[in-house]
Design a protein around this ligand. Structure first.
Ligand SMILES: [Zn+2]
Length: 509
């Protein structure tokens, strides 16, 4: 039975590849902003090379990096389809986000629509007369079963907007033309247009890192770039490889949230608070988090996060690794850059522990469940049908990350750490196998580096068992104190043995 199933699977893969090779679709998008004053942008999608018969285009229902169904197709208006002679072509709408077109013998199809872009949020389009923030998943229809083709994009930029920034490749000799290797790359490449300000770039191993955005605000920009360069260097040092040819931080203006991509991140940013210690630490941690995702989730990724299911979402148990460990490393990157003090590092974990331990869901939901059910629970595990019975992997994830790190250090006489696990995953699964890892493979990677079974620590991943702080924090010379106001506080142990003090010192520096 298994063999037959495998054969069918191989046959399906072969035939779908065959279809992919025999399709010569040519797709070009024009994006214009005549009605920016009404918070709308206009898209013309010009398709050539479609075989006679029915043809389906779809809009993704979500964007990778923001694990919620966003119903992007609801923001489309004035939808119409014409042929090369300007005759209307009829279509059916089999689902909320798909359009099936009966093109008959037309050589060319032009699909035109407006996108209503009123939400100032990092995972939504926003357009007004000052700028446009374009989420490709929420903007560009794609040809069903043809995500491998390479579309081109032309931005008809209003004359009073100076700059376009995006991670997409430009087309030489054509201004404001871009090309994506395939739809996954297009959907991974937000676009910001307006009168943007670019800060002085910095280089690490000759690779350019840019910071550019809308309404960046007033702050000491030279110091900011110096600080950011140190933080990014600390992140690169964890993995030991730079996989992109250029990296760009794209500031979309005031607000909350950031979303990671392969060679850029879009971040809500207004430069406020950078002159205070807390503000600097939290902004640098936020930027470190989004940057570290270029490794942890974009390249070191759960098996289920690619190829993406743009309709239903890609459910995985492992967002606690992708998100929770990115929180863990955001703190360590800022600490290792020399910007954050020892006290501030411990205080970052204090906040996580206090929020997690005082939350109502800690005895009900595991990290794997929080990851899998985020699509219904909401990004922070506080909404949906299991309200008060869910947790956030952003809170518990970094605590279990700390347990794992200390446990690996303890079992290897402080010769190895969680950094070695991240490097192993990067080299084995991204560079060699070019695929994601499963739940079991993640645990196996940790155990390989630790040289021992880590079943005890992974119980805190797979179950809601209460966390044994004294054992795992003790490995690294830390203890946890409960204060009167239900707040928790990490403190170094008064007496440490040799290994504890070695782990404590090397973890801090
Ligand atoms: Zn994140």
């Amino acid at each position: 039975m298994k063999k037959v199933f495998n054969l069918i699977l191989i046959y399906t893969v072969l035939t779908s590849n065959l279809f992919a090779q025999t399709t010569h679709l040519d797709i070009h998008y024009k994006v214009s902003f005549v009605e920016a004053n009404k918070n709308e942008m206009h898209i013309d999608m010009i398709i050539q090379g479609v075989k006679p018969g029915e043809f389906t285009c779809k809009m993704p229902q979500w964007m990778p990096g923001y694990y919620q169904i966003m119903n992007y197709a609801n923001y489309i208006s004035d939808f119409q389809i014409k042929d090369e002679n300007n005759n209307s072509i009829s279509f059916k709408k089999p689902t909320i986000n798909s359009w099936t077109i009966n093109k008959k013998n037309s050589k060319k199809i032009i699909i035109s629509y407006n996108i209503i872009a009123t939400k100032k949020f990092v995972a939504n389009n926003y357009v007004d007369t000052s700028r446009a923030y374009i989420i490709p998943c929420a903007t560009f229809l794609y040809p069903e079963n043809n995500l491998q083709i390479s579309p081109t994009i032309q931005i008809l930029k209003p004359n009073n907007w100076s700059t376009i920034v995006t991670g997409l490749a430009t087309i030489s000799n054509k201004s404001n033309y871009y090309k994506a290797t395939n739809y996954d790359i297009l959907f991974d490449s937000p676009i910001l247009i307006g009168n943007l300000e670019e800060l002085q770039p910095f280089y690490i191993n000759d690779i350019k890192h840019r910071f550019i955005g809308y309404n960046l605000g007033n702050f000491n920009k030279e110091k900011f770039i110096n600080d950011l360069a140190k933080v990014i260097k600390a992140g690169i040092n964890i993995i030991g490889d730079i996989p992109y040819t250029e990296y760009t931080f794209i500031g979309i203006g005031p607000g909350r949230g950031g979303i990671e991509h392969l060679n850029n991140t879009t971040v809500s940013f207004d430069g406020r608070g950078l002159d205070t210690e807390d503000g600097l630490n939290s902004t640098m941690s936020f930027l470190a988090h989004e940057f570290f995702h270029n490794y942890n989730v974009k390249r070191i990724r759960p098996f289920e996060l690619g190829p993406f299911n743009y309709d239903a979402g890609s459910k995985t148990n492992l967002l606690w690794v992708s998100e929770g460990l990115s929180v863990y490393y955001e703190y360590l990157m800022v600490k290792r850059s020399g910007i954050m003090t020892d006290k501030a590092l411990l205080s970052s974990f204090n906040k996580n522990i206090t929020t997690f331990e005082n939350g109502p869901g800690k005895n009900f939901q595991s990290l794997t469940q929080a990851s899998y059910f985020t699509w219904q629970d909401g990004p922070f595990g506080t909404a949906g049908p299991v309200k008060n019975k869910s947790i956030s992997y952003y809170e518990k994830g970094p605590i279990v990350g700390l347990f794992l790190d200390f446990c690996i250090r303890h079992n290897t006489n402080n010769k190895k750490s969680l950094d070695d696990v991240m490097r192993y995953l990067y080299q084995t699964f991204y560079q060699i196998k070019n695929r994601g890892f499963t739940d079991a493979e993640f645990q196996m990677a940790c155990e390989l580096i630790a040289g021992t079974s880590l079943n005890d620590v992974f119980e805190y991943v797979y179950t809601a068992k209460p966390l044994d702080y004294s054992t795992y924090l003790g490995y690294g010379g830390l203890s946890l104190k409960l204060l009167d106001d239900k707040k928790f506080k990490l403190e170094p142990l008064l007496l440490m043995d040799k290994l504890q003090s070695e782990i404590y010192e090397s973890w801090l520096h």
